[in-house]
Design a protein around this ligand. Structure first.
Ligand SMILES: *[C@@H]1O[C@H](CO)[C@@H](O)[C@H](O)[C@H]1NC(C)=O
Ligand SMILES: *[C@@H]1O[C@H](CO)[C@@H](O)[C@H](O)[C@H]1NC(C)=O
Ligand SMILES: *[C@@H]1O[C@H](CO)[C@@H](O)[C@H](O)[C@H]1NC(C)=O
Ligand SMILES: *[C@@H]1O[C@H](CO)[C@@H](O)[C@H](O)[C@H]1NC(C)=O
Length: 344
């Protein structure tokens, strides 16, 4: 599987569009995408503090634009520290119209990585693919984030140096009996957790239609001393687009770290609000200590997928078998499509 993943990573663009179209463009030569020559690259030598994989559906052009127009700017301004990429399913079998649109987008921005998937529920595999892609880089932390999250990236960068370097499992934690886990919409992992998982990729590493259930099983089977950082007051999981103006506060990035359900119009508003305070005040986040898990969640960390409700209950399968699950509703609909605050 790993071999296949690596090869696909290099080949997908050519498969999708033909080498002739892209050869010689800045996109094709982007050091970020294809140059893993560690010795020739200062950033590679020093390593990134943080790498960010933004999961985005192919057709969500507007969400990507909103992110580029807002917090991705912070990423670019701090390119020695943090490295961000969008990850979408491959356009290979999409309509010519979609291909043309995405071609224009990548020529202009060069910040999208295509994964060899086409729709459906296989978020565990997508996550593994993404981790494998990033594993060629040197970094301390990985953040997986959905394209409808507003991220206070400046605060996060200020805060990371004071966080555990090893065994960090951070985000909005679902505190539920037998299914305690960090939600995959905003999930921050330290490098050791990723290396351990990838070392099992050819053997026991478990995949699941939902990435957060997959990671919860990796954590359960891990030998690492894991710190569960339940940060539910700052990583807002509720779809904030439907919470009226509750989060529209001038000190937004002092009170919060990330806000979910931020569709393009909210993204822009949050960004403007986030610019209204200075760095010194942002620094206050450093002082928030990680609460011992048993003081914030009464449930055991022992994760068991069988405790889920039927519509999200699936038996895990080893990732190396490239598993698929038969799921009755074929297309995964996000909350924006459904128009409600809580999906499950
Ligand atoms: C899409 O483009 C390809 C290559 O230009 C062409 O061969 C094919 O007929 C087009 N498909 C459609 C449905 O227009
Ligand atoms: C596109 O279709 C071909 C032929 O059916 C298939 O082999 C390939 O895996 C598909 N690609 C993706 C990304 O689904
Ligand atoms: C997994 O298998 C592939 C192909 O056999 C091999 O190249 C790769 O090094 C293996 N990875 C690990 C972590 O064992
Ligand atoms: C695990 O890490 C915590 C926090 O750093 C520490 O207090 C604890 O002693 C560690 N446990 C083991 C078994 O190393």
């Amino acid at each position: 599987m790993q071999f296949v993943l690596r090869r696909l990573k290099w080949q997908l663009l050519s498969v999708a569009f033909g080498f002739s179209i892209f050869y010689g463009t800045t996109f094709f030569h982007s050091r970020y995408m294809f140059n893993f020559e560690k010795t020739n690259n200062n950033q590679m030598q020093n390593g990134f503090v943080l790498v960010i994989g933004i999961l985005s559906k192919l057709n969500e052009f507007n969400r990507r634009s909103a992110i580029r127009f807002t917090w991705l700017k912070t990423c670019k301004e701090n390119e020695a520290l943090v490295y961000c990429r969008f990850f979408t399913d491959s356009p290979e079998n999409e309509s010519n119209n979609t291909k043309l649109k995405i071609k224009t987008e990548i020529e202009k921005y060069g910040d999208i990585v295509f994964m060899p998937f086409k729709g459906g529920h296989n978020f565990g595999l997508r996550l593994v693919w993404m981790l494998n892609w990033f594993s060629e880089y040197s970094f301390n932390y990985f953040l997986r984030i959905d394209d409808d999250y507003f991220l206070c990236l400046e605060s996060l960068l200020l805060e990371l140096p004071s966080r555990p370097k090893r065994g960090l499992y951070w985000g909005y934690i679902h505190c539920r009996d037998h299914v305690v886990r960090v939600d995959e919409g905003w999930m921050l992992l330290s490098r050791d957790i990723i290396d351990e998982a990838l070392s099992k990729l050819n053997s026991t590493l478990q995949c699941h239609p939902f990435g957060d259930q997959a990671v919860a099983m990796w954590i359960r089977d891990s030998k690492i001393n894991i710190t569960y950082f339940m940060d539910n007051d700052r990583v807002i999981h509720a779809a904030t687009a439907y919470t009226e103006d509750k989060y529209m506060t001038p000190n937004i990035c002092q009170n919060y770290l990330a806000l979910h359900g931020a569709y393009p119009s909210q993204m822009l508003k949050y960004w403007i609000l986030s610019k209204s305070i200075n760095k010194v005040r942002l620094n206050i986040n450093n002082r928030i200590s990680i609460p011992p898990f048993d003081t914030v969640c009464k449930y055991s960390k022992e994760f068991d997928w069988r405790w889920f409700y039927p519509h999200v209950k699936f038996e895990p399968k080893p990732c190396h078998t490239n598993p698929v699950w038969s799921i009755t509703h074929t297309e995964f609909k996000g909350r924006e499509d459904i128009g409600s605050e809580v999906l499950y």
